[in-house]
Design a protein around this ligand. Structure first.
Ligand SMILES: Nc1ncnc2c1ncn2[C@@H]1O[C@H](COP(=O)(O)OP(=O)(O)OP(=O)(O)O)[C@@H](O)[C@H]1O
Ligand SMILES: [Mg+2]
Length: 236
């Protein structure tokens, strides 16, 4: 069978939370290699729920294929090594006792030797301007600093796909500008859920609009963002 040219291929994905909330309702989505897709939509649309399916943290009905492989128990570990996920809330992501350990986690898991881990962590922390916080406990950081560490923790390995849930939320203007330039310099496939329409405009040529668990529109970002009647009707 020929390898899929798509990095992400989602078919008929539906997901219900244990309390009965139908958060995703028949999602079909294809993201080509090195594609940059923005996921936009009002609060509660299902953006975060969809992102948590991209590295198997949630499992719905339907299929999720990543880098040509269907996500299953046996493909999950390999897929997780290629998909870097930044959670919407850094408190859901940060769990190690120091910033260094937190950022090092993925690099250690990827099997890098100690020297390489140190170098890569130092580079990742420098990239998010957090070098001097390496020994601090992640819990004792400001919200924006936590977000920076969450971002550093996916920069430390070479992910083929970056899934970023509100990456600019909580960042100061300089941090936000630096983040946009940084992401723009990457060749990885990007999926970005955000309410930051300026970031969408700068980074993502294609947008996907979610509402109440369904995709209500996909297309060129410039067209969607220019359609103010549509944006208003979509709750944006
Ligand atoms: N753990 C949960 N248990 C039950 N329902 C949930 C849970 N998490 C989210 N939901 C519900 O699922 C739906 C989708 O939520 P989700 O967090 O994916 O939205 P979102 O588009 O990311 O919103 P936001 O813009 O606020 O981040 C909402 O109706 C929400 O109330
Ligand atoms: Mg969300």
């Amino acid at each position: 069978m020929a390898a899929s040219p798509l990095d992400i291929e989602i078919t008929g994905l539906s997901f219900r939370y244990p309390d009965g909330t139908l958060a995703l309702d028949g999602i079909d989505l294809a993201v080509p290699r090195a594609g940059r897709i923005a996921l936009i939509g009002p609060n509660g649309a299902g953006k975060s729920t969809l992102m948590l399916h991209l590295n198997g943290l949630l499992h719905g009905d339907g299929t999720v294929k990543i880098l040509g492989q269907e996500l299953t128990d046996s493909t999950l570990p390999g897929i997780r090594r290629q998909v870097g996920l930044v959670f919407q809330s850094p408190d859901d992501q940060l769990f190690m006792p120091t910033v260094f350990d937190e950022v090092a986690y993925a690099a250690v898991n990827a099997g890098y030797d100690e020297e390489t881990v140190r170098t890569r962590v130092a580079e990742a922390l420098a990239t998010v301007a957090m070098s001097e916080y390496a020994d601090k406990h992640p819990i004792n950081l400001s919200i924006g600093q936590k977000k920076r560490i969450a971002i550093a923790s996916v920069l430390v390995t070479e992910n083929r796909i970056l899934v970023l849930d509100e990456p600019s939320a909580g960042l100061d203007p300089a941090g936000r500008r630096a983040l946009i330039s940084l992401l723009d310099s990457f060749s990885a496939t990007l999926v970005i859920a955000t309410h930051d329409l300026e970031l969408v405009h700068r980074l993502c040529p294609e947008a996907v609009v979610l509402k109440a668990g369904s995709i209500i529109r996909t297309g060129p970002t410039a067209e969607i963002l220019a359609d103010t009647d549509f944006l208003t009707s979509a709750g944006l």
